[in-house]
Design a protein around this ligand. Structure first.
Ligand SMILES: [Zn+2]
Ligand SMILES: [Zn+2]
Length: 145
């Protein structure tokens, strides 16, 4: 959980002016840990800022990605999700039943699998399947029937 002053520090370090909307957007993405889509960020922000426009939220997300504070994840096609960029490299697991995105470890040295002469800038690794909760739920259903 990041405090407001940690969030402001992050923006200052990235040389992004900490407007109220950027703060709200970054605070939501950083502390929710759900890897939200732009639409999810927008609906969450409107509860605190009813007058905020979709464009403002989208622009804030864009600025935060451009400045390296957030990064975009393309886990399923057509839905860009957002994650803090300034954290240890990790992979993602998408539960195909409940749709949750979970952070998972990323083995070190994965970029050694890239052919010689190529330069790796980012590594994205995604898993898909059932999370522990959904497996437990389906086992409950099986024993009940
Ligand atoms: Zn699940
Ligand atoms: Zn993540």
């Amino acid at each position: 959980m990041l405090t407001s002053s940690q969030i402001i520090n992050m923006l200052n370090q990235a040389k992004v002016r900490p407007s109220v909307h950027r703060l709200a957007v970054l605070e939501y993405v950083a502390n929710k840990q759900t890897h939200p889509t732009a639409d999810e960020v927008f609906s969450a922000i409107t509860s605190d800022f009813p007058s905020v426009s979709k464009t403002t939220v989208y622009n804030s997300l864009h600025t935060l990605v451009e400045s390296g504070v957030l990064r975009e994840l393309e886990i399923e096609s057509g839905a860009t999700r957002y994650d803090l960029a300034l954290q240890l490299p990790h992979s993602h697991f998408r539960c195909t039943r409940c749709g949750h995105i979970y952070d998972m470890a990323l083995p070190e040295g994965l970029d050694r699998m890239v052919s010689p002469g190529f330069r790796v800038d980012t590594t994205d690794l995604f898993f898909a399947g059932l999370c522990t909760e959904c497996i437990a739920l389906s086992e409950d259903n099986q024993s009940a029937s």
